[in-house]
Design a protein around this ligand. Structure first.
Ligand code: FAD
Ligand code: S2G
Ligand code: ZN
Length: 491
């Protein structure tokens, strides 16, 4: 809301009328047109409860054809829309900035096909990530991404934010694993790019435009994605390091000694481990890690690393992992740690890492910065931020160290503009100076639509705006997000 107060609602956008409602009821039926207060309150508010829109209408199409009819009509009426998946986005992209019509993809959640040899999955965009993970598990495959929001986020939202997550180190970006998309454009055109081929070099590969476009270029209605085979041997260890330099040495050692079986390398600092709610969880976890002494007493260590290996031979993998751990201990890269003995212990270790965002939300207000930074420099920013803020806020750092992705979170009892002014623009200027990215995986949304210049050149941003104007000339798709709104107001 504070962000939207800086921007003005575009006067050329219409407001919904009774004729509009009749039209939508006619194509979607009563159940596809939602106006009840309680539901609207939820879908107007983002996961962090930081952004709140004033939409009076949510539409729930069930087919790409219905999405096409909705967009064609909204385009002709100049009604702005915001596509919404699981509403777990963290940059204010999934909720209206003002009264945009919410187009929820949730009811488009069918699995269409799985090629059991190639592992190519075709499904509707509203499939929840966790459901796809479960479906594939029974078929001997895995999703090439996993994130803490898997219980709610949808594959269409994952594609639209080019989500990274906990397995990118092993399976790469969605730009590599997504083979095809069906997308509906602002004028209602249904773009069938739903190829299932690994190699297709016929013309411009347009699907990549929509991966990471955050609902600003089209609505994703179907996804075709390459899913890797599920392997039999998974090991998870949770290790403690005395300093950040040891974490970096450990990362290099893991890449060298674990090599092809390394499937995740996550880190969290003392500030993260010290979050009250996370500590409570650790106590809970340790209760049922019988006989495991607590290697996590936050007072003793400064950094924690979660390493996962995934391979096809338990004995081979354990031999590599044991050699790696022994070498790391002998060279003082780790000061303590546990190796999960079974799937329960493994998921408990993952829950500690995945539980940080929730723990932060319970601690009060949180300012989130999802940054790509050269790993050698990454923790310098955390320390500088700590000096800047002193006792006024708690600086918490964690993230996908294997990808050079820092999640810098500033935790305060409540949101406070004085704190914000000490963080921004410093954090963006620092990142830009170190040739980093001000958004590694969460996208730009509303929060950073005016910040893209810290990472992209003016010519690049202008070309993005030209593409946006070509595909959505009336600007009705997720306006005010991703790119500076000033590029779309008639000067
Ligand atoms: P939404 O939040 O509904 O929407 C996100 C954006 O995509 C919006 O701009 C929306 O307009 C657009 N959109 C959604 N669906 C469509 C569609 N079908 N067509 C076109 N546009 C669409 N993100 C990461 O990258 N890595 C992480 O590790 C990670 N961990 C998280 C952990 C937690 C606890 C939480 C709450 C979030 C986390 N996120 C992470 C952020 C978020 O989960 C991802 O951005 C996710 O991909 C959003 O999916 P969604 O379905 O919730 O999309
Ligand atoms: C993660 C989740 C959001 C955050 O946990 O990997 O992407 O920054 C984040 O808390
Ligand atoms: Zn993340």
């Amino acid at each position: 809301a504070s962000q939207a107060s800086i921007i003005q609602r575009r006067p050329d956008f219409s407001t919904i009328s009774s004729e509009d409602l009749s039209y939508f009821k006619n194509i979607l039926g009563e159940r596809g047109v939602v106006q009840d207060e309680e539901t609207l309150d939820a879908v107007n508010t983002d996961w962090m409860r930081k952004y709140k829109g004033t939409s009076k209408l949510m539409l729930q199409p069930r087919t790409a054809e219905e999405v096409s009819q909705i967009l064609k009509y909204c385009n002709s009426r100049c009604l702005a829309v915001v596509p919404q998946g699981g509403n777990t986005g963290l940059v204010g992209g999934s909720v209206p900035a003002f009264d945009e019509v919410i187009v929820s993809i949730s009811h488009m959640n069918k699995i269409i096909s799985l090629d059991k040899v190639s592992g190519i999955l075709v499904c509707e965009a509203g499939c929840i990530l966790e459901n796809l993970i479960a479906f594939l598990d029974n078929q001997g495959f895995v999703m090439p991404l996993d994130l803490g929001a898997k219980g709610s986020c949808q594959i269409g939202g994952n594609v639209s934010t080019n989500a990274g997550g906990l397995r990118l180190l092993r399976y790469g970006s969605l730009h590599g694993s997504v083979l095809g998309l069906e997308v509906v454009l602002a004028n209602g055109t249904v773009l069938d790019m739903l190829g299932t081929l690994r190699k297709d070099n016929t013309g411009y590969d347009l699907k990549h435009l929509f991966i990471g476009s955050e609902g600003s270029l089209g609505i994703v209605t179907k996804v075709s994605i390459l899913t890797p085979p599920k392997l039999s041997s998974v090991n998870v260890c949770f290790l403690a390091c005395k300093d950040y330099a040891s974490c970096l040495k450990l990362l290099l050692e893991a890449k060298r000694k674990l090599g092809e079986i390394l499937s995740a390398f996550e880190f969290l600092d003392h500030g993260a481990m010290d979050l009250h709610y996370l500590l409570c969880y650790v106590e809970q976890v340790l209760k049922h890690l019988e006989g495991v002494r607590n290697p996590f007493p936050s007072s003793m260590h400064n950094f924690y690393v979660l390493i996962e290996t995934t391979g096809s031979s338990e004995s081979y993998d354990r031999e590599k992992l044991d050699a790696f751990l022994l070498h790391s201990m002998e060279n003082d890269l780790i000061s303590d740690g546990v190796v999960a003995q079974d799937i329960t212990q493994a998921s408990s270790c993952w829950h500690i890492r995945e539980g940080i965002p929730e723990a932060l939300m319970k601690a009060g207000g949180v300012y989130k910065y999802d940054l790509s930074i050269p790993v050698e420099k990454m923790y310098d920013l955390v320390e500088e931020m700590g000096v800047r803020l002193g006792a006024s806020a708690k600086v918490v750092a964690y993230g996908h160290l294997g990808d050079g992705n820092l999640h810098l979170n500033i935790s305060t009892p409540q949101y406070d503009d004085n704190i914000l002014s000490q963080i921004e623009p410093f954090v963006y200027e620092w990142t830009s100076k170190h040739k980093g990215s001000i958004s590694a995986e969460h996208g730009l949304g509303l929060m950073k639509a005016n910040k893209i210049h810290y990472t992209k050149s003016p010519e690049t941003v202008q070309l993005m705006a030209n593409i946006k104007k070509l595909l959505d000339p009336n600007g009705i798709l997720n306006p005010y997000k991703v790119l500076p709104p000033s590029l779309f107001t008639e000067s």
